[in-house]
Design a protein around this ligand. Structure first.
Ligand code: GLU
Length: 438
């Protein structure tokens, strides 16, 4: 069974970049008929909060992602401790006593000699007596994983064959001095215990993969397949980090964007498919293929997202928005859906057809508008009323084109742009139209 996981740290809300990772995992799971696990990487008790975890669940639900399983790393410390004991017993996890300052000084010396800046494993040479002495001084160890100095070859499902020489890496610290866990070990243990088959995540983690494969093997697990997707940048080509607040899923939702516009955009951005609006996941699932993802950074442009949102609304049926709007009619929706960028903007047009507007009549158009008012056809009105009426007005006034239509639009709607008047006019109705024209 294919199993993927999305593993956010609940130290903040998710932004468009994280959401993209979640969506890619969700599409992969749906396409393969597999499971999607939401795993909270909340080992950092000081920065993780329940409120952020709830917020992330809400964001995912809004995006239409329904996890098959939810796990919290903070509830699994007993399991991590158990495997730490095993790694210690096997000699793969060893205690180190260097302070951050000492390590820094050592790195500088290595650099001055032109050597590699990797941990020199000095702690491995300590005798029992040395360790006892350091502990008597009050020092507490942090724990490093002893890497095998070998080449790890693996196939990344997006980046292709990868080759990492572990001899060029420092033995990673897995457990801090205070006993707390860094991200690596819990993540590997969970991937093994939850039988994760595919790890799809941002390429900021690509450098962790070889070490994670080796730890997985040291624990007797089978390494998952990895797929590292490129990260999003802004239109300026720079990372999105500074704008993360405004690009949080919560903020995009607040800004009135449609969830499926965000999903379509995030799912298709940086792929060989052209970005187009999808009203649900089905077409995205069908077309999904990790091989379509480009290795180049994908540019995220909020203006493009808004444009996609407009295109999505343009093809949305009345039944899909009726409850959210709480006003309007099928005719109203068909008349205005092509003229809005966000659903909230429908309100403006609802005012135009059902509420009050401030008609605009320029001095030079006064007589023309008075004539047009006299020529308003009797009810009932329908889709051809506008044509009947404007033909009569044209014949009576000799005006045509913009000189004919714009003054009518300004008087009837108070605005110089908007949906087809042929569709708006029957919705406005004769009484209101007459009132606005006189
Ligand atoms: N908590 C990690 C992150 O958000 C998860 C990385 C991973 O998917 O392994 O970056």
């Amino acid at each position: 069974m294919t199993t993927v996981r999305f593993a956010p740290s609940p130290t903040g809300r998710i932004h468009i970049g994280n959401a993209r990772t979640a969506i890619l995992n969700w599409l992969f799971a749906r396409k393969s008929g597999g499971a999607f696990i939401l795993r909270y990487d909340d080992t950092d008790a000081a920065r993780s909060t329940d409120e952020f975890a709830r917020g992330i669940a809400e964001d995912l639900a809004w995006l239409g992602i329904v996890p098959d399983r939810i796990e919290y790393q903070s509830k699994r410390f007993a399991r991590y401790d158990e495997l730490v004991a095993k790694l210690k017993a096997a000699g793969r996890l060893y205690p180190c006593y260097e302070t951050a300052d000492e390590l820094e000084r050592r790195r500088k010396r290595q650099e001055a000699r032109g050597g590699p800046r990797i941990y020199d494993r000095a702690a491995l040479k300590l005798s029992d007596a040395d360790r006892a002495g350091l502990e008597a001084e009050g020092r507490k160890p942090h724990w490093r994983f002893k890497l095998e100095h070998r080449i790890v070859d693996w196939i990344d499902l997006i980046r292709g064959p990868q080759h990492t020489d572990l001899a060029s890496q420092s033995d990673p610290v897995l457990v801090r001095q205070d006993g707390s866990y860094l991200y690596t070990l819990p993540s590997v243990i969970d991937d093994i215990d939850f039988a994760v088959t595919h790890v799809i995540r941002g390429e900021d983690h690509v450098t962790n993969a070889a070490v994670q494969i080796e730890i997985t093997e040291a624990l007797g697990g089978a390494a998952p397949q990895y797929a590292h997707h490129s990260l999003l940048t802004g239109v300026d080509g720079k990372g999105l980090s500074k704008r993360l607040g405004s690009l949080s899923i919560a903020a995009l939702r607040q800004a009135g964007l449609e969830a499926m516009a965000v999903v379509s955009h995030a799912a298709l951005l940086g792929t060989s498919d052209t970005i187009h609006p999808c009203k649900d996941y089905s077409a995205l699932v069908t077309g999904f293929d990790l091989a379509k993802l480009s290795r180049a950074p994908a540019r995220f442009d909020e203006a493009e997202l808004r444009h996609l949102n407009a295109r999505l609304l343009h093809m949305t049926e009345w039944g899909a928005v009726k409850d959210r709007l709480g006003y309007g009619s099928p005719e109203f929706w068909m008349a205005i859906r092509g003229n809005i960028e966000t659903l909230a903007e429908a309100r403006t047009w609802h005012e135009v057809v059902a509420g009050r507007v401030s008609p605009v009549v320029n001095v030079e158009d006064r007589d023309f508008i008075a004539e047009a008012a006299r020529l308003l056809p009797p009810e009932p009105w329908n889709g051809s009323t506008w044509k009947t009426w404007t033909e009569a007005v044209k014949a009576a006034t000799d005006r045509k084109g913009k000189a004919l239509f714009m003054p009518l639009r300004l008087a009837l709607t108070g605005l110089d742009h908007g949906p087809e008047l042929a569709q708006l006019l029957p919705l406005i109705g004769r009484d209101k139209a007459l009132e606005r024209l006189t």
